[in-house]
Design a protein around this ligand. Structure first.
Ligand SMILES: [Zn+2]
Length: 461
């Protein structure tokens, strides 16, 4: 009898340990692998994952799946690294009126809004993202809970508050004005000491040269790169003069192209960067302009419930009420005029030799975190004529390289974190398939499978 009970215990223990093993070891088998390095896709791929890390990559012929692995079929799918979005705003979620939103929701940024945005990005296949602007305390709170696994979301990089000459009235909580070079240094140091990952600088042309230079020098002293707005030609000129690392956006005006002297400066900078191995990066965030007119003309997508996840019903109702008439959003009035200039500007940027990255301004009016990132890739490929492989690298390899983590994740290579997505069909041919990814894995944990959220993983079990 005793032996029998022991035997039962032993079998239960064995079953449990096999289960733990099975959860730990996974094999993604059969799909076409796009590894993020730009190399030829691998047909009938096999990816072995253990302990959250990619162990081996091969094909069904070259790499048999060893015993003890849970096999997940990726047959008929494109398999690629989890996407990055280099310009998101977790503290906003599509509401049309910032002057209403900020005071009304600031006390709920950390508890409700930012966690909702984070999980929505993750389920959209965005396993890494860079938040460019939120109050410092909220940023730290959400960062720490994401890191500890208390709440689900992408691997995040943070800027905390913007650094600018003067914060616009009512926005002081996430925009820090600087008064003199000493103040600029102190504010940047405060952000660095709080563990922020990048410095976001805007309106650098409105600062004195000494102030703007102090921001960049202090950031670099702490090993932080500077991400700066590029809305106006003088803002770009000043940014190049002080040595920013990454520009954002393409310009708020309807001017048809970048002026010749800016193009000369850009080419000088990208030529110089070849020598030091440090390219100039640019996140053009073009999709918002396309999104506005397409949503105005066909608002059906607003009815998707993907952006409700994590939000209170009252918040959802509030956002819905703010966008019942998309065509009346004054924030967007210049958008149709700006849209026409973008093809030319993107062509100029590509010609200048900058490295472009996918970023979306996700969270701005009518632009939900669950729908944002794929749209940017779609506009790049479909409208701008950028090859799909290049767009995918701009959402995988290059952001990882910019953030200095390319040897840890961003590509599907042995030894990297297992951040992997998969979608039915050929994304190199139809990039917009990314609007509905079937499978999302981050660090070896499956958060979405067969197109459905895996609730136990999202709950941290
Ligand atoms: Zn932004």
């Amino acid at each position: 009898m005793r032996t029998r009970i022991c035997g039962i215990f032993l079998s239960i223990a064995l079953i449990l340990s096999v289960n733990v093993l099975a959860q730990d070891k996974k094999a993604l088998v059969g799909g076409t692998l796009i590894n993020g390095l730009g190399s030829t896709p691998i047909q009938d791929s096999v990816i072995l994952i253990s302990g959250g890390t990619i162990q081996k990559v091969g094909t069904v012929d070259s790499l048999p799946v060893p015993q003890g692995y849970e096999i997940i079929s990726t047959e008929a799918m494109s398999v690629l690294p989890g996407l990055w979005d280099m310009h998101v705003h977790l503290m906003i979620t599509g509401h049309a009126d910032y002057s209403y939103w900020h005071p009304a929701y600031k006390d709920r940024f950390a508890s409700e809004i930012m966690p909702a945005s984070a999980v929505q990005l993750l389920l959209a296949g965005v396993t890494s993202a860079r938040d460019l602007g939120a109050p410092l305390e909220d940023t730290i709170s959400v960062r720490d809970r994401l890191r500890s696994g208390e709440i689900p979301g992408p691997r995040m990089f943070w800027s905390g508050p913007f650094i600018q000459k003067k914060s616009y009235p009512g926005t002081e909580m996430y925009r820090w004005g600087v008064d003199g070079p000493q103040d600029a240094r102190e504010k940047v140091k405060r952000l660095a000491d709080a563990g922020m990952d990048v410095i976001k600088l805007i309106d650098q042309d409105l600062m004195t040269l000494e102030e703007a230079q102090a921001v960049v020098d202090e950031a670099h002293k702490h090993g932080l790169k500077v991400v700066a707005h590029a809305h106006r030609p003088p803002e770009i000129r000043r940014g190049l003069e002080i040595g920013v690392d990454n520009f954002e956006h393409t310009g708020l005006s309807a001017a048809p192209e970048y002026p010749e002297d800016v193009m000369v400066m850009l080419k000088e900078r990208t030529a110089a960067s070849m020598i030091v191995g440090d390219p100039l990066y640019w996140t053009p965030t073009v999709e918002g302009l396309w999104n506005y007119t397409s949503t105005r003309d066909n608002p059906e997508k607003l009815d998707s419930t993907c952006w409700h996840r994590g939000l209170e019903q009252s918040t959802i109702d509030d956002i819905k009420a703010s966008i019942t008439e998309p065509s009346e959003l004054t924030y967007m009035f210049l958008t149709p005029k700006r849209k026409g200039t973008l093809k030319k500007k993107i062509a100029q940027l590509r010609e200048s030799g900058v490295v472009m990255m996918i970023g979306t301004d996700s969270g701005i009016p009518m632009k939900f975190h669950c729908q944002s990132t794929w749209n940017e890739l779609d506009v790049w490929v479909r409208v701008m004529g950028i090859p799909a492989m290049e767009a995918i690298q701009a959402a995988t390899f290059w952001p990882a390289k910019f953030m200095g983590v390319e040897d840890q994740w961003g590509t599907i290579v042995a030894g990297r974190h297992a951040d992997i997505i998969a979608v039915k069909g050929d994304v190199l041919k139809y990039i917009n398939l990314l609007q509905d990814v079937d499978f999302v894995m981050k660090g070896g944990v499956v958060y979405k499978q067969d197109g459905q959220p895996v609730e136990s993983a999202l709950a941290g079990q």
